[in-house]
Design a protein around this ligand. Structure first.
Ligand SMILES: Nc1ncnc2c1ncn2[C@@H]1O[C@H](COP(=O)(O)OP(=O)(O)OP(=O)(O)O)[C@@H](O)[C@H]1O
Length: 771
């Protein structure tokens, strides 16, 4: 991770400076003194190289600036003195405003804003009086600042070259955007979010300084950060009282960002400057991300979430989003979906409905957490409630550095879809996504607790932030391979950093000199991030043509209805397929016996089974039974259901038997009655008539009212019941009733018939004993 090296950049204007201005400029006392002492430094060669590079850089810069702007002024008039000097020696110095400082020749400029005319300066206010063996040492003065460069020693020339090329503004420029409170000299040329749909946008980087904490004040810490003109951040390192070697040395750096917020800045101001424009872009159908980066306790969560009295960016953005979408929606309808997750110890978890860790997958939409719940929210209050619920589930622990330290990275995503009418009165469907990310704090192991779970968390946090910095480096250096896969965090941030997305980074810093290292680190990475350009972000919108005439509208309506119907049918088919698939899967997993029985005995819908007995089966099928436990449970339930089905079927059969028997009895009675009447009539009508002989008449007379048995009875118990008549006796072809009743054709056998056809009743199983 980045820190400074102490490479001294000291020019000797009298010897090497080719600049005409410098040559003609009268030398200061210190310069004279400096010239009087030849360099005895063992790093002489290195210093010489650095000097040469610096000069080359200066010349190139000057040349490009003069080509671009004829009114380009001399270097000195644009440089500023490090204002941290004011923190230390305000009494000694006359100039309190850094911009009004007198010209200084020993300057190294760095951190040029891409697509910006503002030059960041690094100032060596005074050349060293005495050269000693150490670099970057200013001896002799009271409190002086000695510069140090970024850790780019190895590829210094290439870095310079890259920066020069960036400085020449190949990047398309847009209208300058004035940051609130920024004076004219420091107006940043920013890429406005919504104005450049076809060109990739630079990540906008903001810095927020938090107020000094009570604890820090009590520990006697001093403020080491100063924000000037809402854009420049000056960082000063105070020498420790006990560090005798560096006692009189001070180091300082100067950074410029898109905007920097002093500790008095309100939450609303921060929101308006950083995120309001992004929300606007999201409402135009683009994707946007805001993430807070910084050391533990620097104020990231405060910036993102805030408190009840001072709500932060997340809350203000959601409120703004809801208000605007309601105002703009063409028909008053809108869809807002919300998801909230955390990355804790390299596992991804759903914060709103916590459960198992989620797996990251890459699909057409980018990296997504599979199974992450998407909530449809209808109001700001609802979102707030979900947010609160999510935060309660978020992993926070007290550490030495912060009492409510977030131990995880949290990502809130809000997707909004709505329809607006454009200038041509077309209805446009817009879909945009806003990601709000509160990163866990970068930290030193000592800053938190060691050898505990906290240290493991810390290691994971640092690992993911290291992966983040590797990605930032790779993106800045334009590498082909960006190592997103090194951590879950970078996978999730892939879209925000290198995708088609408008991204804002808020770097949070502490004012305390006790956190100098962390602050410097944060500023360094924020400074690097400034150079990242995301991909061109096209609006995700679709125009829906609504016809003017009523006939055409009606036609469209019909078409849409038809389409809707077709889709419903397709959906139903798919659901059916799914169900049959699940049923097959269950059958395959259930024990073989019940499954066979079920296939054989599955009752038809009209089987008369009680509804509640079928219900459990269908719900069981509808469920997702993919675990062994649920499978076992499912099989048991199936068996139980099948047993119940068998019982019900048996009862049904019994009932049918009874009904059948009673019907037969009724018919027997009826026939008996009829035959009685017939025989009476026959007796009255005389002897001349042929005697109709039936099998029954051949049998000995039975007493009336003898009990009849049903065929089923016979079926069950084939024991001889010789004297009993039954339905079978009557309804067979031998029955006299048929002949009598029909009156015309008879299948009855007259007595003189030679042989009677063999009766069914004589066949095996139906044999009866004859008298
Ligand atoms: N701008 C601010 N104004 C007032 N108080 C602030 C501000 N920024 C931070 N604080 C306070 O500082 C403390 C630490 O802030 P916060 O919890 O937001 O830090 P953090 O960066 O999220 O830390 P961590 O990474 O450990 O979670 C909190 O008590 C918070 O209220």
């Amino acid at each position: 991770m980045p820190v400074s090296t102490r490479s001294q950049i000291i020019n000797n204007p009298g010897q090497n400076e080719p600049n005409q201005d410098n040559r003609t400029r009268p030398k200061t006392d210190q310069e004279e003194t400096h010239m009087a002492h030849p360099l005895r430094n063992p790093h002489h060669g290195l210093k010489e190289k650095m000097k040469a590079l610096t000069l080359l850089y200066e010349q190139q810069k000057q040349a490009s600036a003069s080509v671009k702007d004829p009114s380009f002024k001399s270097e000195e008039s644009r440089f500023s003195t490090h204002p941290s000097i004011d923190l230390l020696s305000s009494g000694k110095r006359a100039e309190s405003k850094p911009k009004e400082s007198k010209p200084i020749s020993h300057v190294m400029r760095e951190n040029i804003m891409p697509s910006s005319t503002v030059t960041r300066t690094y100032v060596l206010p005074q050349p060293p009086v005495v050269e000693d063996a150490k670099e970057n040492v200013a001896v002799g003065g009271g409190d002086r600042i000695v510069g140090f460069s970024c850790p780019r020693k190895a590829n210094m020339s290439s870095t310079v070259a890259r920066k020069l090329s960036m400085g020449s503004s190949v990047v398309p420029q847009t209208e300058p955007r004035e940051i609130g409170g920024t004076n004219k000299e420091n107006v940043q040329e920013l890429d406005t979010i919504s104005e450049k749909p076809g060109v990739g946008n630079r990540i906008l980087v903001f810095v927020r300084l938090r107020p000094m904490a009570k604890k820090e004040r009590e520990a006697g810490s001093r403020c080491c950060v100063r924000i000037v003109n809402r854009g420049d951040v000056y960082l000063t390192e105070f020498a420790s009282e006990h560090d005798y070697l560096r006692l009189k040395r001070l180091r300082g750096r100067h950074f410029t960002f898109d905007a920097s917020f002093p500790d008095s800045t309100s939450q609303q101001e921060v929101y308006s400057m950083t995120t309001a424009e992004l929300v606007e872009a999201v409402l135009q159908g683009r994707n946007g991300s805001v993430f807070c980066y910084g050391a533990t306790g620097a104020g990231k969560t405060y910036t993102m979430l805030g408190t009840v009295e001072n709500p932060g960016v997340m809350v203000l953005a959601i409120k703004d989003l809801f208000n605007k979408v309601r105002q703009r929606s063409f028909d008053g309808n809108h869809v807002v979906h919300l998801s909230y997750l955390e990355v804790y110890n390299e596992t991804v978890r759903d914060l709103i409905s916590p459960g198992r860790p989620l797996v990251l997958r890459e699909d057409k939409q980018g990296i997504v957490a599979a199974g992450l719940t998407q909530y449809r929210a209808y109001s700001t209050d609802e979102v707030m409630a979900l947010l609160q619920q999510g935060n309660q589930n978020r992993t926070t622990e007290p550490t030495r550095a912060n009492e409510t330290s977030s131990r995880s990275h949290a990502i809130l995503q809000v997707a909004v879809e709505y329809q607006v009418k454009d200038e041509s009165n077309n209805v446009v469907n817009r879909v945009g996504k806003l990601s709000l990310i509160d990163l866990a704090g970068s930290e030193r192991a000592l800053a938190t607790d060691q050898r505990t779970l906290r240290s493991l968390e810390g290691a994971n946090i640092n690992r993911s932030l290291l992966a983040l910095s590797s990605c930032i480096n790779a993106l800045v250096e334009g590498k082909k391979h960006i190592p997103y896969r090194n951590s879950k965090l970078t996978q999730l941030l892939k879209d925000s950093l290198g995708g088609a997305c408008n991204t804002v980074m808020i770097a949070n810093i502490s004012p305390s000199n006790l956190s100098f290292g962390e602050t410097q680190n944060t500023l360094h990475w924020a400074d690097r991030a400034k150079e990242i350009r995301t991909k061109a972000c096209h609006a995700n919108e679709e125009t829906m043509q609504i016809p003017q005439s009523e006939t055409e509208q009606a036609k469209l309506l019909l078409e849409l209805q038809k389409e809707n119907r077709d889709l419903r049918i397709q959906l139903a088919r798919q659901q059916q397929k799914l169900l049959s698939f699940q049923a097959n899967a269950l059958t395959a997993n259930a024990s073989p016996a019940p499954s066979t029985v079920s296939s054989v005995l599955s009752p038809p819908p009209s089987s008369g089974l009680p509804k509640d007995k079928r219900k459990p089966r269908s719900t069981f099928l509808a469920g997702n039974c993919f675990t062994p436990e649920t499978k076992k449970k499912g099989a048991e339930e199936t068996g139980k259901g099948l047993r119940q089905t068998v019982k019900a079927l048996e009862a049904e059969i019994e009932k049918m038997k009874k009904e059948h028997a009673s019907q037969i009895k009724q018919k027997d009675d009826f026939i008996r009655e009829l035959s009685r009447k017939v025989s009476k009539v026959a007796g009255v009508e005389g002897e001349g008539l042929k005697r109709v002989v039936t099998r029954a008449s051949l049998r000995p007379k039975e007493p009336l009212g003898a009990e009849l048995k049903s065929p089923s009875h016979r079926f069950l118990s084939p024991a001889p019941t010789a004297k009993k008549r039954s339905f079978w006796d009557i309804t067979t072809v031998n029955s006299p009733s048929i002949a009598t009743l029909n009156g015309r054709k008879t299948r009855s056998h007259v007595a003189n018939e030679p042989a009677a056809a063999p009766s069914m009743l004589l066949q095996p199983g139906f044999a009866r004993q004859r008298a």
